[in-house]
Design a protein around this ligand. Structure first.
Ligand code: PMM
Length: 265
């Protein structure tokens, strides 16, 4: 899943694709690089970010979704708001990527169920301006698992089909670097919830910390290393700012996996 942030303030690419034409061109580039899905978002969720208005969010994402869907892309919309999800589906989006897992907008789960589109429910504990204060866990794996299980159950109860539902550990959302690493080391506990997993590690701060202060634009190699390991574990998708190297990494993992099966037979 390639990322197109039509925001002025996202942590890695904020401001680069605020102009719709630049965002559309970037989405097309990600498609050329082999993205299966292009994720279009109009609201930054970086730690400390403030909410954007509904009108601004709609104005940012809709022209980009319309153009990329018309170009043949499988488009997801990164939003917490049901009206944005609905308008995005009208514009051609087929997946709703909700970082709040349905907790921000009480109308979201029913809206998604009614439209019959895909839904990504991410683990989330509160808005970005206060999420770092919510990064308190006695057992991060058990608590994230239980809270994601509750979102899964709420989504299914609202009528979202099991085959349309993807879960996401929400790296960096109410989580410290240590929490992110612990979750990555125990993803099998989240896979046991029975839904496909999406992981969004791309260029995030915990990778910068590992490489002692490396800025976001220089964290892609570390992100690809993680993609390789995640592909081996069979995650459904990774959400990344660049695509080609991740595509290549997953092709290598897939080819080796086929070989392992063939030589055992
Ligand atoms: N991370 C960000 C935004 N949206 N969606 C999902 N499903 N998972 C994530 O980890 C996630 C997300 C923040 O990163 P960005 O500013 O690079 O978009």
């Amino acid at each position: 899943m390639g990322i197109v942030n039509t925001t002025p303030d996202s942590f890695s690419d904020g401001g680069a694709y605020l102009d719709p034409q630049a965002a559309i061109a970037h989405g097309c580039l990600l498609l050329e690089q082999g993205a299966d899905i292009v994720d279009v978002g109009g609201e930054s969720t970086r730690p400390g970010a403030l909410r954007v208005s509904l009108d601004d969010e709609l104005a940012r994402v809709l022209p980009v979704i319309r153009a990329l869907a018309a170009a043949g892309a499988v488009v997801s919309v990164d939003t917490m708001r049901a009206p944005v999800a609905n308008a995005a589906v009208d514009a051609g989006a087929v997946i709703v990527n909700d970082v709040s897992g349905g907790l921000d907008d009480p109308a979201m789960l029913h809206a998604v169920a009614e439209r019959g589109v895909g839904y990504i429910a991410m683990h989330w504990r509160g808005q970005s301006d206060r999420m770092q204060n919510l990064a308190v866990y006695a057992d991060v794996v058990a608590e994230v698992r239980a809270e994601l299980a509750a979102r899964r159950d709420a989504a299914l109860a609202a009528g979202i089909a099991g085959e349309n539902l993807v879960l996401d550990p929400g790296l960096g959302f109410a989580k410290t670097a240590a929490h992110n690493w612990t979750l990555l080391a125990h993803l099998d506990a989240l896979q046991s919830l029975g839904q496909p997993l999406l992981v969004g590690a791309s260029r995030k701060r915990f990778l910068g910390e590992l490489m002692t202060g490396r800025p976001p634009g220089e964290r892609d190699d570390a992100t690809v290393a993680l993609t390789t390991l995640l592909a081996r574990q069979g995650v459904w998708a990774v959400r990344t700012h660049s695509v080609r190297a991740h595509r290549d990494a997953s092709a290598v993992v897939q080819r080796l996996g086929q070989e392992a099966v063939r030589t055992v037979q």
